[in-house]
Write a protein that binds this ligand. Structure first.
Ligand SMILES: Cc1cc2nc3c(=O)[nH]c(=O)nc-3n(C[C@H](O)[C@H](O)[C@H](O)COP(=O)(O)OP(=O)(O)OC[C@H]3O[C@@H](n4cnc5c(N)ncnc54)[C@H](O)[C@@H]3O)c2cc1C
Length: 1706
């Protein structure tokens, strides 16, 4: 079925004349074509009016049906009718599922309708029992008398028309919501006017009329809203036939359809529509019934006399009213008529409003309830005060009519009359905005719902994936091959030819004849996506038409989600017996196969090992996200039944034969790539706190792989839970004393993949556990499972969105809080859904966004309406009653505020744009977060309301005072006129005061409007809403109209307001706005720190730890909940070790993190790890710049753990996991990031600098700096770009117990010996021209981790090469030893079951580097700034170097905020780029060794290097590759002095302190940069012998300004370059660190430092002296261990000190 996605324009088309055909949904079987016109007449068939209609429409049915449903989903349309055939199926399917469900869970609560059907037994009774029950016979039927009596008793066979409910609805429109109150108020005021009013007050009449008008407008609005969204089902009565033939009194009689009764024997022939439910008593072999009106399924059902299903709704022995016979003929006994038929019951259910209230409706009712309760309480207070006090104390003050008006005034005051209008307008506006975004809301009620969902269950095919499928691989025999190669080898492979035939014939897809001249890929195909892909694959080998014409199809079983296979029985001209071809899910069919066809077309027995091979291939393909389809066949011999004569028996026989002894023909893998936008959509939804679950019919592994590609599953396959993790809850395990292996940390993301079969086994507590998972994939599900999933989630208070597009999805779409159909879905699904995504699944983001905006804007509307429209109106009434004051705002003006002046602005709020965080906060909790909560009440009443009320009172009484009516005269005045003032004068003053109160409110509300526009942001930071302008102009015009038209004054009690009284309110309004801005300022209080680090990988963590040492406040925001367990980087060079040492974690290096070994370079392609290397890089020596070994091979997770522990030791540093940076904004002083925290809340953090350490795809560069011109470019001069597969294995050595047959035991090998033999120590570069690789152990030796990385050829698919199958082919030859090596006859392979693959993933490498690493206050470091190829082990160390160079600079800027940060940071990255070149050069050098594919070059290389190795001097030089000291070239702005030997990386040696009680050897770094030293520069004073100490110390101490902020007093270090110097030679210098260099032997004796690492070889204790400028004595060293200046004397030292501030841009 080709799905077409309608455009919005198409959707809005009101008639069906040009709808795009959605043909397949309504395709009738071909036989139906004969059921028209003359053919029917010829058969003597009675024609019915509906049939004629249908015949007329038949040819156009598809388009009609389609366009109707399109029409029905337009929110603009008015009063539409809908085709019952799209509205009945959802109910039918729901009931059918319900029956299944209740059957399964007898304990569960049953739905009444489901029970009714579940209890029906007409299908299970024998025919005779039915005849007895209905007192009828097959031969004669009922007698006329019997029939007449029954008809009288049970009524005619007509479904009763759905109740019109017009009365109830009208009452609802008039008196629902605030309607009843308004109505009662109007009546009461009328009564107060006359007869109670003596004399009748005109103002009361006016008020009453206004109330009536408001009441009518309200009712009209409700009516319009309902009318415009209600759908009327087309008359269901016409769906039943007018006449039919029944057997009565022994003869066949034509009776009216409505006159049939249970017991009638009905004659059914081709084309007849069934008038009632019948149990078939006789069926012709070809009797088929089209039930699509009820089920939505186009395939007609073969009628049967015996029951075929225990479910009444699914059995084939029951014919249902409204369905019709499309072939053959039958007799049936009528069992139910009228409303009791399936049709009647479903029609009834359909016409009763099904869904409960939407979350928004519930909220609005909740709000109305609050207001009404408040109002009633206040009215009671008024009445009580009057009755208990005023009536007696001031009898003239409030008469009964006045009391009524007062009570009404309280009601009027409390009710925000404009609210219903504002709500409807707001939802309509939002729905229209959504429609512009290709999201169609079918009803206003559901506009907001998507904003509240917290789980979205999405189907896969077509929603997450493109539904454009293609075959990528196939398997014939046991060999899998790329599909592209198939056409080339088709002619030579008989097995493949057989696969092509089955693929062509057992396939429902067809090429569109009009496109047959196009290339296969471009042809149009009619059929579902899977069949289409297979069709193209088959056609690519041989014409499908030929294969199909060579056979004749005799029987078919269509694919369905329960069976998961399709069958086509064909008869070839040349064969005597038919052949059954079967296609479907491998997990279902493979177990039924007993043999297979090999590549040459021979049938072989399918042994267990063959089966495993096929399984492995299938699993591998599935794990790559491919859909795998298996093809099999079986020759059919000696069948008992004939397909035409005994179709049902034949079907049963075929289904039986399909259970076993199938011959496997082959498998195909079909790719359906995820839509490109999906990962982003999923990420956004997750950011919005919404969990996205996948529900698919696919196989588990396929589903999990696609889910991983879509970002729905974020864990590695080994970390994904399955149903066994739900087996026991934690409490049970604990009680049973079983230690739970699963992490119970609720802050961790947990993923699970379950199949449909698993779902069926879950109990309540397991569902509870399941619903707590963050990432869930439901595989191999049926539509019933979907419905169950929705219900279970809802039962746990989750608001569920469900997507779907098939007919069978309708029940779950209906059951979900919001059903979402895709634009191209079936009409039934479109009808059942609440929302339609017209373009793609990405539209859901807009749906969520605007759903939330609608809710936010409603809150804003309420917050806007309540202060003036409720609170400020209420107080004049209360003060009037209680304090005897005049009612200073007339009831009439109250209504004007509510319904006119406030209303336009309230509608304008609906146009407010989304606030920035709308998709970053979690969905509201429908249970706890209410539309109106105490915060809103406090703001609306307690804050804005109070201010507006006080200001308005003040203005009014101030005016009265100035006009001579003092407040004291009015206070407890109870209407008394002050002395000397006439009543008219007083009324006139009070009318003006009332108008002033009104003006004050109107004007202040303008400012309130701006205040409520944003929740937390300053109004200045929010985009302007231009609709506010006309709204304000409108309010002004209304005010002018009522106040400045003199004719209205007398009637309405209004008056002209002096101009001055317009301006003061503006001042008050401004004050109110400023106050609210202040509130937002406090609300918005952003956390702050000095440095924000985005990303807690190695680089970010190192930076944080270093900043912590310097006391610079910093926060690391890390997205992941915990350190990734994937050991990516493994090689760390000595600089990296030095950095680890710098953060105090050296002692973990060899005990927890890493091991050290040599690097061997091996040539040749003989897969021998033990071959003599042509070169050895002995990096275990300590001859480098740091006195560490040259390289270690570490476990990255352990390394990162050490770094995080280092962070934890500093109070200034903080690492926050599960925090994802979402947005960045910056001004000249600060950077502010918005991030979602572990609880999903959006928070803000501001800092002086933001460092993006978020990796190569990081947010900071991609989303923020790229727009500022930062690019991650390919490094100049490098063109290395290649894909590698990196494989990590965990090895468990075999033992004689586990592997008694392993041959090496006999030779005396121990398990450890076997491990060493197959996975030898030392790292190997396998310079194999065919497949360059590297391999070796990493982590601690006892970790037994093994890395193998190999190059992927450009012709290979990297993902495929990472598969188990391919990696085995490449790696196993290396761990298979020739038998002769051990004197054995057979080769020995290391046991595969002792190997666990921890990672096998491809990655591509290209040297890249950012052009700028810092722009303003935002910086990138580590992989975010540069990416390396492998071989150099430079990735992590480079990040460390970035961090080391940056940390002291950030600290400097922290201490001296006025520093020119741009220049300082530029200096940093210019230096870093220089060093990067060295790293890159080393990497490229190594790479050339390894990847050199040129035979001659390789040959030459091997020999030259081998020859050089023979000369010891050369050997040493070769062994110590890349261990030179780094030196920077000076460039302007770099902080070192080249003229004084600056820019050199200070070497590190061992030293023995001479200044303290301890006598242990240490690293010089630990002395010079000891943790307690806080200066960013250190002074290292160096002498060659102890006798020179006094002189240099004297010079230093005599140098003015030496110690200050940069170099701190007491932090200097004195190093004596004399191994023999002792403590007695040196006088203690107060506060100085004093030490002498130490020898390698001394170090080797130092157990703590040297444990587990090689003793220092080729160590040079004098390296510092040798690397620095000759004669250097006073060395100023930066905190990143680069020399600023190495001065020989005081003059140089002074000059260096003077230059420092300038060099540091301070
Ligand atoms: C297969 C392979 C082998 C390698 N081998 C070596 C090797 O042998 N030696 C070597 O030195 N290097 C090697 N590398 C490279 C090394 O792993 C990287 O250079 C190193 O991990 C980079 O560290 P990083 O901290 O800069 O970035 P990453 O390690 O990528 O860390 C970035 C962090 O930022 C977080 N993050 C991302 N976005 C956000 C956000 N919006 N908000 C909050 N947090 C966010 C991420 O969760 C992540 O934790 C290898 C890499 C691979 C893939």
């Amino acid at each position: 079925m080709e799905k077409s996605v309608p455009s919005p324009q198409e959707v809005a088309v009101p008639d069906g004349s040009h709808g795009l055909g959605h043909a397949a949904a309504y395709v009738r079987p071909a036989t139906h074509a004969s059921v028209d016109g003359g053919e029917m007449e010829r058969q003597g068939r009675i024609t019915y009016a509906p049939d004629i209609d249908e015949r007329k429409g038949f040819g156009h049915r598809s388009s009609l049906g389609r366009s109707r449903s399109r029409d029905s989903i337009s929110i603009r349309s008015v009063r539409r009718t809908i085709d019952p055939s799209v509205i009945l199926p959802p109910q039918f399917r729901t009931l059918s599922f319900g029956i299944e469900e209740t059957k399964r869970q007898t304990q569960a609560k049953k739905k009444p309708a489901a029970i009714e059907f579940g209890d029906m037994d007409y299908h299970t009774l024998s025919i005779d029992e039915i005849f007895t029950r209905l007192q009828t016979t097959r031969a004669t039927g009922l007698t006329s008398t019997q029939a007449a009596q029954t008809l009288k008793a049970i009524g005619p066979n007509m479904p009763s028309p759905p109740p019109s409910r017009w009365f109830r609805n009208t009452i609802g429109y008039l008196f629902g919501g605030f309607g009843a109150i308004l109505f009662a108020a109007a009546i009461l005021v009328f009564v107060a006017w006359k007869p109670l009013g003596q004399p009748p007050a005109l103002a009361n009449l006016a008020l009453a009329i206004v109330l009536v008008i408001v009441w009518i407008i309200q009712a009209a609005f409700s009516f319009w809203q309902d009318f415009s969204t209600s759908r009327v089902m087309a008359s269901i009565g016409t769906m039943l036939p007018a006449e039919c033939f029944v057997l009565r009194d022994g003869s066949l009689q034509r009776v009216h359809g409505k006159d049939v009764v249970p017991g009638d024997i009905l004659r059914i022939t081709l084309g007849n529509k069934l008038p009632a439910d019948v149990r078939f008593v006789e069926v012709s072999s070809d009797a088929r019934f089209d039930r699509s009106i009820l089920t939505g399924e186009a395939m007609p059902l073969l009628g049967s006399v015996d029951s075929t299903d225990s479910n009444y709704l699914e059995t084939a022995c029951i014919g249902m009213a409204g369905t019709h016979c499309v072939s053959g003929s039958a007799w049936g006994v009528i069992v139910e008529t009228g409303d009791r038929t399936v049709f009647g019951r479903i029609a009834k259910l359909t016409s009763t409003p099904s869904k409960g209230l939407t979350p928004l409706q519930r909220e609005i009712y909740y709000f109305v309830a609050i207001i009404v309760v408040l109002m009633l309480v206040m009215i009671l207070v008024v009445i009580a005060v009057w009755a208990g006090w005023l009536r007696k104390a001031h009898p003239d003050w409030i008469s009964v009519p006045v009391l009524i008006v007062d009570c009404v005034s309280v009601a009027v005051a409390f009710i925000p009359e404009g609210l219903p209008i504002a709500v409807t307008a707001s939802l309509t506006i939002t729905a229209n905005i959504m429609m512009r975004n290709k999201v169609l809301c079918k009803s206003l009620k559901t506009v907001e719902t998507l904003g509240a969902v917290n789980v979205i269950c999405s189907d896969k095919t077509g929603t997450l994936t493109r539904n454009i499928m293609a075959v990528t691989e196939y398997l014939v025999g046991k060999e899998s091959t790329a599909a592209l190669k198939a056409p080339g080898i088709y002619d030579t492979q008989t097995g493949l030819q057989k696969l092509a035939t089955v693929a062509a014939v057992c396939n429902e897809a067809e090429f569109d004849a009009s496109s047959m001249n196009l290339p296969i890929a471009d042809r149009k195909v009619i059929g579902d996506a899977t069949d289409s892909a297979i069709l193209r694959f088959a056609e690519s080998m041989a014409p499908v038409a030929e294969a199909r014409s060579a056979v004749r199809s005799t029987f078919k079983v269509a694919f369905n989600s329960k069976n998961k296979f399709a069958i086509n029985v064909v008869q070839a001209e040349t064969d005597t017996s038919p052949l059954m071809m079967i296609k479907g899910a491998p997990d279902v069919i493979l177990p039924r196969c007993g043999s297979y066809i090999d590549g040459n077309g021979f049938v072989e027995r399918l042994e267990e090992t063959d089966r495993q091979t096929v399984e492995r291939t299938k699993d591998y393909w599935s794990s790559q996200g491919r859909r795998v389809i298996l093809f099999a066949q079986r020759p059919l011999e000696q069948l008992q039944f004939q397909p035409t004569e005994q179709p049902r028996e034949y079907e049963r026989e075929i289904m039986g034969l399909a259970l076993s002894e199938l011959v496997l023909v082959g498998l195909v893998a079909i790719v359906d790539p995820p839509r490109a936008e999906i990962p982003e959509v999923v990420r956004t939804l997750r950011g919005a706190g919404i969990r996205v679950f996948m529900v698919t019919g696919d196989y588990k592994l396929t589903a999990a792989a696609i889910a991983a590609e879509c970002g729905i599953i974020t864990h590695a396959p080994k970390d994904i839970d399955d149903v066994t993790n739900l087996a026991f809850d934690d409490g049970y395990l604990k009680a049973a004393g079983i230690e739970e292996k699963r992490s119970t940390d609720s802050t961790l993301t947990r993923s699970i993949v379950l199949s449909g079969a698993d779902i069926e086994t879950l109990d309540k507590s397991q569902w509870n556990m399941l619903c707590n998972y963050d990432e869930v994939v439901f595989a191999r599900t049926t539509p019933e499972h979907k419905l169950r999933i929705v219900k279970e989630l809802q039962a746990r208070d989750l608001v569920v969105g469900m997507t779907g597009d098939g007919v069978n999805d309708a029940p779950s779409l209906k059951a979900a809080d919001i059903g979402i159909a895709m634009g191209g879905g079936s009409d039934v699904a479109l009808e059942a859904a609440d929302m339609v995504l017209l373009d793609s699944f990405a539209g859901i983001v807009e749906g969520v966004r605007y759903g939330r905006v609608a809710y936010d804007n409603l809150r804003k509307t309420i917050c806007y309406l309540l202060p003036a429209g409720s609170f400020s109106e209420f107080w004049p009434v209360i003060t009037n009653v209680i304090f005897g004051l005049p009612q200073v705002l007339s009831s009439f003006l109250m209504i004007i505020i509510c319904c006119l002046t406030d209303c336009a602005a309230a509608i304008a709020i609906a146009y407010e744009k989304p606030e920035a965080d709308v998709l970053m906060r979690p969905p509201r909790n429908a249970k706890h977060d209410h539309l109106v909560d105490w915060r809103l009440i406090l703001q609306a009443y307690g804050s804005i309301g109070v201010i507006e009320t006080v200001c308005s009172f003040a203005m009014s009484y101030w005016y009265a005072q100035r006009a001579g009516l003092t407040f004291s005269a009015l206070w407890f005045g109870f209407g008394n006129t002050p002395n000397g003032m006439t009543a008219e004068a007083m009324t006139s003053i009070l009318n003006t005061a009332s108008s002033i109160y009104f003006v004050n409110l109107v004007v202040m509300q303008w400012f309130n409007l701006f205040a409520v526009r944003t929740r937390r942001l300053s109004v200045l930071n929010h985009r302007f809403n231009w609709y506010l302008v006309p709204a304000i102009v409108f309010a002004l015009s209304i005010a002018i109209l009522f106040l400045y038209v003199p004719k209205l004054h007398d009637v309405l009690g209004t008056a002209t307001v002096p101009v001055a009284y317009w301006f003061l309110p503006m001042g008050f309004g401004l004050g109110l706005l400023l106050l609210d801005e202040g509130r937002k300022c406090i609300d918005e209080s952003t956390e702050s720190t000095e440095v924000i680090i985005c990303g807690g990988g190695p680089t970010g963590a190192m930076l944080s730890a270093l900043l912590g040492q310097y006391g610079v406040p910093n926060v690391v925001l890390e997205r992941e909940p915990e350190i990734t367990t994937d050991p990516r980087g493994i090689a760390l060079d000595e600089d990296g070790i030095r950095c680890i040492q710098a953060v105090g974690m050296y002692d973990r290096m060899y005990s927890q993190i890493a091991l050290c070994h040599k690097m061997l370079f091996i040539s040749g392609s003989d897969n021998n790890l033990h071959k003599t290397p042509f070169n050895t890089a002995d990096l275990t020596t300590s001859e480098g710049n740091t006195s560490h070994v040259g390289f270690v091979f570490h476990k990255q997770p352990e390394l990162e753990k050490a770094l995080r522990d280092a962070i934890a030791t500093h109070s200034a540093s903080q690492l926050q996991s599960r925090c994802t940076v979402q947005s960045i904004c910056e001004d000249s002083e600060r950077v502010t990031v918005e991030y979602t925290d572990a609880r999903g809340a959006t928070r803000k953090l501001s800092g002086a600098f933001l460092v993006g350490a978020d990796g190569k795809t990081g947010y900071v560069r991609k989303r923020y700096l790229e727009a500022k011109g930062v690019r991650l470019d390919r490094c100049e001069g490098t063109n290395y770009e290649e894909s590698w597969v990196a494989l990590n294995w965990h090895i468990t050595p075999p033992t004689p117990v586990t592997h008694p047959d392993f041959p090496l035991w006999k030779l005396g090998y121990t398990p450890e010996g076997v491990y060493d033999a197959f996975f030898p120590p030392d790292f190997r570069f396998l310079c194999n021209p065919a497949r360059p690789s590297v391999c070796g152990r990493f982590g601690r030796p006892e970790d037994r981790l093994w890395r193998f990385e190999f190059v992927v050829d450009s012709t290979e698919d990297a993902t495929h090469m990472a598969s188990d199958e391919e990696t085995r082919k490449i790696v196993f030859p290396y761990i298979t030893h020739p038998g002769r090596k051990y004197g054995l006859s057979r080769d020995i392979m290391f046991p595969a079951d002792c190997i666990e693959t921890l990672r096998s993933r491809p990655f591509s490498f290209l040297a890249r580097c950012c052009n700028y690493w810092a722009v303003d206050r935002v910086i990138v470091v580590g992989d975010a700034a540069h990416v390396f190829p492998p071989f150099g082990g430079q990735g992590i160390t480079s990040g460390f170097r970035d961090a080391t160079g940056l940390a002291w600079r950030l600290c400097h800027m922290y201490r001296r905020p006025k520093t020119d940060h741009q220049s300082l940071l530029r200096g940093w990255y210019l230096e870093r780029k220089q060093q990067l070149e060295h790293s890159l050069a080393a990497t490229i050098r190594n790479g050339e060794f390894v990847t050199n594919g040129n035979f001659f070059k390789a040959f030459l290389r091997d020999w030259v290097l081998w020859a050089m190795q023979q000369v010891p001097w050369w050997r040493r030089r070769m062994n110590r590759v890349g261990r030179a000291t780094t030196k920077y070239h000076h460039l302007p702005g770099l902080p070192f002095l080249p003229e004084y030997g600056g820019g050199v990386n200070l070497p590190q040696v061992y030293a023995r302190p001479l200044d303290g009680p301890t006598d242990t050897v240490a690293f010089t770094d630990d002395l010079i940069f000891a943790r307690h030293k806080k200066g960013l520069f250190q002074l290292l004073v160096m002498v060659d012998e102890a006798s020179q100490v006094d002189a240099v110390v004297k010079v230093a101490e005599g140098t003015p300004g030496l110690f200050g902020d940069f170099i701190r007093q007491g932090e200097a270090t004195l190093l004596v370059n004399d191994l023999a110097a002792s403590r007695s030679d040196i006088r203690d210098r107060i506060g100085w660190t004093i030490a002498r260099i130490a020898s390698g032997d001394e170090f080797a004796r130092e157990e703590k430092l040297c444990r587990n690492r090689p003793a220092p070889a080729f160590y040079n204790a004098w390296r510092i002296r040798e690397e620095l400028k000759a004669g250097a004595k006073f060395i100023i060293v930066r905190a990143d261990k680069f020399v600023y200046a190495a001065c020989s004397n005081r003059v140089e030292l002074e000059a260096a000190l003077r230059s420092l501030p300038q060099c540091l841009h301070t």
